[in-house]
Design a protein around this ligand. Sequence first.
Ligand SMILES: [Zn+2]
Length: 109
Amino acid sequence: MTYNLNGELYVESKEAAKMLFEKLASIADETLSDKRDNIYIVRNSKNVTIAFDLRFGKKEQRDEIRNWLTEKHEYAAKGIIQEHTCNDDEGLPCSNFVEVLKWGDWDDE
Ligand SMILES: [Zn+2]
């Protein structure tokens, strides 16, 4: 079993984007590497989008970054954070899907 944390953060300030991205990048060493892009960042005229899809070997590692993001979530104008448990090493589908947090204005979706 491994522990996934994924989400998207829409950030309007450069400083906040840097802080959030650097934190996510700093824990990328703790995550299990696979062929997915773990973290990517897209900039457009209005904002920066940071998307992440991280998988950890230990639940505590996943919970630590999830709690950090939850604490700092207002640095992003809007965002969504989700988590689940990956059971694919046992040939089973993922389980325990949780929407940890969704905030900001999503009316334009
Ligand atoms: Zn999974």
